[in-house]
Design a binder for this molecule. Structure first.
Ligand SMILES: O=C(O)CCC(=O)C(=O)O
Ligand SMILES: [Fe+2]
Length: 209
């Protein structure tokens, strides 16, 4: 059986205010969520790490495979009215949040769709809840706030107004990001950059992202 509740995604309305996005709670089926978390790769640094740098196994490996599969893509294409067939995907994995993370941004232009899957078992902190923002300069002006737990899925279409960010949080915060990007060159360049910043962080754990 699929780890993902594709039926729930199918039944979710994609919103268009303030930009195109959708949220699905329990997108990872609650009955398999603990098993996926158990196989989440151990991570020591803050920042985004490409899967190639991590030990990917078991239910976590299955999860990445399903996210990269044709059913999930078809639903995202349908929800956002896009043909993604010629675009490569790129994954990054996070285990910890640094207090400087979460500053308001739109994501880079090379990303077409951003997918976030939140992998914490619970979330009690006020910080670290991603906000779908109405502007680039006010973290309090948001359409929705997404607590990063329980296999919640957030998908948005990147644009010059896809503003998002969160209040500062420092500590464990697991999230998978997947993007459809404009070309394979982007994947290569980005993943090289992630590997490089990870090496720097190992030398100086206090270096900014
Ligand atoms: O982890 C999140 O909630 C959002 C991360 C994000 O916006 C990014 O990495 O571009
Ligand atoms: Fe982002």
């Amino acid at each position: 059986m699929s780890l993902l509740d594709l039926e729930a995604l199918k039944n979710t309305t994609r919103k268009s205010d303030p930009y195109d996005y959708l949220v699905v709670e329990n997108f990872i089926r609650p009955e398999v969520f603990a098993g996926v978390v158990r196989d989440y790769p151990p991570m020591t640094t803050t920042g985004s790490v490409p899967p190639s740098e991590l030990e990917i196994k078991g239910a976590f490996a299955e999860l990445l495979e399903e996210m990269d599969g044709p059913e999930f893509r078809a639903l995202i294409e349908e929800k956002f009215g896009l043909d993604l067939s010629t675009y490569p995907t790129m994954f990054t994995v996070r285990g910890h949040c640094h207090k400087g993370n979460g500053k308001i941004h739109t994501d880079t232009e090379s990303k077409i769709i951003t997918v976030l899957l939140y992998m914490n078992e619970r979330w009690e902190a006020d910080g670290g809840r991603l906000r779908i923002l109405r502007s680039g300069d006010d973290l309090e002006n948001y359409a929705e706030e997404v607590p990063p737990y329980g296999g919640t899925l957030l998908v948005f279409r990147r644009s010059d107004k896809s503003w998002h960010g969160h209040e500062p949080f420092e500590g464990p915060r697991r999230a998978i990001q997947m993007n459809w990007v404009t070309s394979g060159k982007v994947v290569e360049k980005e993943q090289r950059r992630h590997r490089f910043t990870q090496r720097l962080k190992k030398l100086n754990p206090f270096a900014a992202d």
